[in-house]
Design a protein around this ligand. Sequence first.
Ligand code: NAD
Ligand code: ZN
Length: 697
Amino acid sequence: MPVTAARAVRTWRRPAAAWSPCPTRLSVGVGSLTTVNAGERIQELADQVVALRDAYYRGSPLVADAEYDAIEDELRALIEANPGLTPDPNPLEQVGAPSVLHAPVRHSRPMLSLEKATKPEQVAAFFDRFPGQPVAVMPKLDGLSVAVVYEDGRLVRAVTRGDGTTGDDVTALVRALVDGVPERIDAPGRVEVRGEAVMLRSIFAAYNAAHPDKPLINPRNAAAGTLRAKDPATVSERRLQFFGFDLDTSAEAAADLGQALRALGLEAADMQVCADAEQAQAAITEIERSRNERDYDLDGAVLRLADREAYAAAGTRSNSPRGALAFKFAAEEKTTVLLDVVWDVGKTGKIAPVAHLEPVFVGGTTVTRATLANQEVIRARGIRIGDTVLVRRAGDVIPFVAGVLDESKRTGAEREIVPPTTCPSCQQPLTEQGNSRELFCTNASCPAQTTRRLIHWASRAAADIEAVGPVWIERLAESGDLDNPPDFYTLTKERLLEFDRIGETSAARMIESIAASRNVGLRRALIGLAIPMASEGTASRLCRAGFRTLEEVADAGEERLVAVEDIGPRVAASLTEHLTRLRPELKRLRERGVSLDVREEDLPPVVAAGAPLAGKTVVVTGAINDPRSGEKVPRPAFQRLCEKAGATIASSVSANTDLLITGAEVGASKLAKAEKLGVQVTDQAQIWPQLIDAGIA
Ligand SMILES: NC(=O)c1ccc[n+]([C@@H]2O[C@H](COP(=O)([O-])OP(=O)(O)OC[C@H]3O[C@@H](n4cnc5c(N)ncnc54)[C@H](O)[C@@H]3O)[C@@H](O)[C@H]2O)c1
Ligand SMILES: [Zn+2]
C-alpha cells in the first residue's frame, strides 16, 4: 500500500525533543540502540521522511536538503543494521511524493531516484561492476526531472517525475516556458528524452531583483513552482532551461548519449566520457571546482554508463537504476538561527542589514554573517530575529538569508527586525531610495562612510595598500590621521610608532606599502574613489577609450563620456558630479606623488607587426600554462597576449567566433558548441610558439 500524505501527517507529530534534523544531536550511535528503541526511531524517521517529502514536493520545504538527507542517511543506516525492522512500506524505496498530481500521466518506464556516493572508493566500485564500459560524468543539476515525448518528430507530451510511476502533464508549461526543448525534432517514431528543468541562476537573480516583494527562495524551488503554475502567463518571467540526460528511441541514434541528444537538437547535460575510475574522479573534481562558474545550481555529479544499450541492460533496483551513480557535493544551503541583525554603513552611505548567525557550515566554509539585502526583502521573506532561517552560499557570492522554511518552529520569542531611522554611525536621519526602500546616510562626513571609503581605497582592486588592513585604517580614522585617500600619503613611520602595540618592522612595512601604491594609475584610482554606478568595467573602458589622466575624465563632461562604449547617461552624470566634488582630493593626491595617469597595461594593446592572430575573434577556455616554465597563466593575462597578437577577445563561443583556444580541463559543453558552430578549436600548445616567435610572449 502506498504511503499517503494524509497518513504521514496523522502519524508524524513534531515533539520538540524528537525533532532532530541533525542526527548528531542524537548521542546514541546506530549500534547502541536497543531493538525496541531502534524500531521506534526507524518509524519516527520514516514518518519524518514521508512528511518532509510531502512538504517539499508541494513546494514548501521545511528543512534544507542537507538536513533532509541526514535524516534519510540515519534511517538507511538503522535499517541496514536492523533489517528485520524495515518499515513497510519503506520510504527509502519510493520515489518523490505520491499525493500532488493534477493531470496524472503514467510513465513508459519508471522515473527513478539515484544511488548516492560520497567517496572515491564508491566510484571505483561502480567501474568494477561494469568492466570495460565507458562512463559519462556530468553535473547533477538541481532542478526537477521532466520526461518529454516526441511522436514522429513532434513534441506531444512533457511529464514531471511525480511518484516515479505517474507524473503530472506539464506540456503547455514546458512549451511556453522551457528553453532547450524543441517543438520538432528530426526523428521518426516515438522518442522519449528525460532531463532536468532548471532555473538558471541569472534568471533567478533577475527575477528576485525585479520582484523584491515576492522573492523566490532558491532556483530549484522556483523551477518546481514554475511547472506547477495553472497558467503559463502568470509565470512568464520564470523561464527554465532543459538539459537532457536520458534518451529512448527505436530509431537510429549514436550509441553515445550526449552525441545522440545533441544530434536531435536538444540541449544535453555537460558530459565527459571517462574510461576508468581515475578519469571519472578527475571529472568529478573538475565539476565541483567549476561549480560556481556555471549558471545553474548543481548538488553533485552523476555517473552513468555512456553506452545507451549498456545502461538499459544494467536494469534497475527498487528505486534507482543500476547503471548510474550520484556523487554528492557539500551543501550550498543550510538552516541556522538568526541571532541578530546589525545595520552596517557602506562606503556610499548605504545602510544594509547584516544577519549575525549561529555558525553554520555551508558552501565549504563556516558562515556567521550573511546579507539580508534591504528592508523590503526582510518584509517579503517574513524574517524575524530568533528564526531558524535558510542560508544560501553559492560560490563567491556573499552568504544570503533566503527565508524562513518552517514557521511552526517559532516559539513566540522571535523579534521583529526594525530598520533604523537614523545613521548608526553619525545619527543623521536616513533617506529611503528606490522600490526596495534602501536606506542611505547622505552625510558626507559620516565617520563610518569615511572609514569604508578609506578601506576601499586601500583594497586590492584599487591602491592595494596590502600592509594597512581594515583594523589599522579604523584606528587611523578615529585618531584623525586619515580622512580621505590623500591622507595615506602624509603618514610617517614616526607617527605610526606613537600608536600602541606596533613595532618598527610593521610600521616600516606599512609605509613601504603606502609608497608602492603611489603608482596606482588612472584605472585603479577611479575604482578606489568608489564613485556610485561606476564599475571596474567603466574604469577599464575609459582607459581604452583614450583618457590619459583622471583629471581628463573629471573635465570631459557628460557628452564626451557617453560617447565611450557602454557608458550611459547615468554613469556619465555620476562620474562628472563626483569627480568635480573630488577635485581638491585629486589635486592633493598629485601633490603627494600619486600617479593618476593611465598605465601601459590598461591601454589597448599595440598589435605587433605580422601578428599571428590578426583579425580573429578568439575565445579562451580551460587552464592556461606557459610551456617554458610550466607555470599557470591567469586567463586575463593570456587573453592580453592574444590581443597583442591581433585577436579580439570574446567571452563565449558564438557564430562570430573564429577560434577557440583550449587549455587543460576543458568543459565538454564548450567543445560541443564550437563543433556545432563549426568554430576552429586549437590547443594552447599550438598558440604559444606563435606568440613566442612574434616576440609577444
Ligand atoms: N528539503 C527537503 O525537505 C527535501 C525533501 C525531500 C527531498 N529533498 C531533496 O530532493 C532530492 C532527493 O530527490 P531524489 O532522491 O528524488 O533525487 P536524487 O537525488 O536521487 O536524484 C535523482 C534526480 O536527479 C536529477 N538529476 C539531475 N541531474 C541529473 C543527471 N545528470 N542525470 C540523472 N539525473 C539527474 C533527476 O531529476 C533525478 O530525478 C535530494 O536532493 C533531497 O535533498 C529535499
Ligand atoms: Zn552616517
